[in-house]
Ligand binder design. Sequence first.
Ligand SMILES: NC(=O)c1ccc[n+]([C@@H]2O[C@H](COP(=O)([O-])OP(=O)(O)OC[C@H]3O[C@@H](n4cnc5c(N)ncnc54)[C@H](O)[C@@H]3O)[C@@H](O)[C@H]2O)c1
Length: 316
Amino acid sequence: MNILVTGGAGFIGSHLARRALALGHAVTVVDNLSTGYRAQVPDAADFVYADLGNPTHYLRMRGLAPDVIFHLAAQSSGWISMDAPIRDLDDNLRATVLLTEWALSVGSPRLVFASTESVYGEGEGRAPFDEDMLPRPRSFYGCSKLACEHYLRVAHRELGLAPTSLRLFSVYGPRQDLANMRQGILSIYLSYVLRGEPVTVKGPAERVRDLVIVDDVVEAFLAAAAAPATIGRELNVCTGEAVTVGDMIRRLGRAFGRDDHPIAVEAGTPGDVFLSIGDHARMTAATGWRPTVLLDDGIRRIADAFAAARDVRRSA
Ligand SMILES: NC(=O)c1ccc[n+]([C@@H]2O[C@H](COP(=O)([O-])OP(=O)(O)OC[C@H]3O[C@@H](n4cnc5c(N)ncnc54)[C@H](O)[C@@H]3O)[C@@H](O)[C@H]2O)c1
């Protein structure tokens, strides 16, 4: 199949592009490199430098005829969206609406969209969150992603597009950008642990999150694309495992040989929520997908990846 990965120079998109290539698909990555890195795009993938929020840049995608679009390009920080709502609007909603028009113009390929737990806000004050809950985002990021879901659903019902929106919970794993201190809860804490500095926690350490490893997220995208039962729907991609921020940091410290890593708690960031845990029963029913890695195992994989990289550097 021909697969287009938007945001394929970023964390999740680059993992997805690699996996699709390994499965024998032809992959094209479209990215504006705003938070992604050209070096993350696998060599075997074609690369188009384009800003999906800019209509003239779609000329650069002329001739592409994807069977599937995995749409992950986005401004993906709730915190940044509160400082820069117009950038968020351009990179998320405007880009998704323009991409939707483009997809319709090239024969309506399957489109799987990276939505987010942030659409739920605080849920309805109960957890786990399921797809029947009324979404009430607390950040502009959650608002723009929710609007994208609505546009895609309308494009499905009225114009025949075949989209699926996956509501990803907190994703983590190897190659997450440790230099970006405003994006990715576990990677931010890991940066502090690796530098041997106290972890600055913005908001209560009792906040609860549901962390899903990037390998499972990649399989969720592939499973959704292959399952007609997901078309026109929004589905949670999560583990259901509840972990507090404090516990997450303790486990990270332990895995990297620093028991009782110090924590400095500061005021929270605007738009953040206290509790976010998902229920993946519908995703599992529609696709057979289920998470395979819980947090302890996932952290061990990250620690192993760091140790392997260190060994390579030593032997070089
Ligand atoms: N990482 C998470 O925990 C998480 C959770 C929920 C949802 N998501 C969603 O998953 C997707 C991927 O997230 P990620 O963590 O890999 O983030 P990322 O920042 O690493 O990747 C996003 C990619 O999109 C590109 N991009 C941004 N705006 C663009 C535009 N206008 N045109 C073209 N390319 C553009 C960036 O350069 C980057 O390579 C995003 O849509 C994000 O909102 C991520």
